[in-house]
Design a protein around this ligand. Sequence first.
Ligand code: HEM
Length: 426
Amino acid sequence: GLGPTGCPVSAGAAGFDPFENGYQQDPPEYVRWAREQEPIFYSPRLGYWVVTRYEAIKAIFRDNLTFSPSIALEKITPTGPEANAVLEQYGYAMNRTLVNEDEPAHMPRRRILMEPFTPEHLKHHEPMVRRLAREYVDRFIDDGRADLVDQMLWEVPLTVALHFLGVPEEDMDTLRRYSIAHTVNTWGRPKPEEQVAVAHAVGNFWQYAGKVLEKMRQAPDQPGWMRYGIRKQQEHPEVVTDSYLHSMMMAGIVAAHETTANATANAIKLLLQHPEAWREICEDPGLIPSAVEECLRHNGSVAAWRRLVTRDTRIEGVDIPAGSKLLIVTSSANHDDRHFADADFFDIRRENASDHLTFGYGSHQCMGKNLARMEMQIFLQELTRRLPHMRLADQRFTYVPNTSFRGPEHLWVEWDPARNPERRDA
Ligand code: HEM
């Protein structure tokens, strides 16, 4: 393994492979050696500099001119000519949205599109989240066993995401398949033979997004964030562009649903692995908001994010030239003892848990964070109330291999239906 200047890199840096099972199972543990000994290192396999400590990552988020977000949704593994031809055949032209837009274009767009994310507007979605959570629990509560990912945590956040965006709720299975393809396409390392199938799914997703957008333009007064954008385009066509709307139609579905589905699955897994914490939130639901925050810190659904270095700079005392690409491992920052006391310890009462970087930080910080928090809190309220006696079933957890979006593909839980509180109380 050679560094960017041709010098050999350390053994840890040479061995770093974020598509391997070690990273998938536990990213902060996988880079513990770096956090301790080599807080920024060059990965020859990835062609990225990898940053692992809290303060440095926060400083990178804070300076979005030196550290441009433009590569946030770029394919981390370049695809071959065959897959590229497939994408071209669909007219695939995914471009800047918000998350990967530079200044000065980004801030005015973010401001114009912010209102639907304010607490006052989010309140309108709460009854729906609760109704859906209840309906899905109703379906399996007497079974004594469920895969919470397949039977609840994937579909409910997808339904909420579509509702928030204003997209019709048909085609949910197709959208799930498309979203996974998008994740693999953006942050994964598909084998050459997989690349073509992924490209077809991504191409179809792109065309689907275009069709939904056209339909929305015919009835722009209906609710939802995407139509809000269409209306804003009439006043500010140079800020809310056609390319933005089409790209966001696709990226928004993924941003709003996969992240939240994964975050909830990670949270429930973590809580059930700490039965004491689970019992405490069952007995005192008032602890749920801080438990959610600690889950997002300890085991969040975005493991790492990316920035492009736009001018020569220094990070952790290392000279980093303009043009370098950074993989900033936010999940590692969240386990940095320099910022979080006894950082690996899971403590639902931790006072600074909300300092975590799972939603990013600074001018691009996640706009949907409060929607995500609300959903996670409601899921936990419903599950702790109705299934306090649930426990993790024996299983091996698997993850879609990629650098960034992380959650178990299945989450099997079991319980004794005879002990369901609602039977006992009936
Ligand atoms: C940006 C994570 C849920 C919409 C981001 C970023 C991260 C992130 C890491 C980039 C931050 C940065 O560069 O500083 C998450 C996680 C979620 C979640 C972990 C769930 C637990 C949502 C939801 C929505 C959403 C539910 C929409 C309804 C957005 C948008 C941006 C963004 C629009 C771009 C903001 C900008 O660049 O100005 N999110 N997200 N996210 N997220 Fe989320």
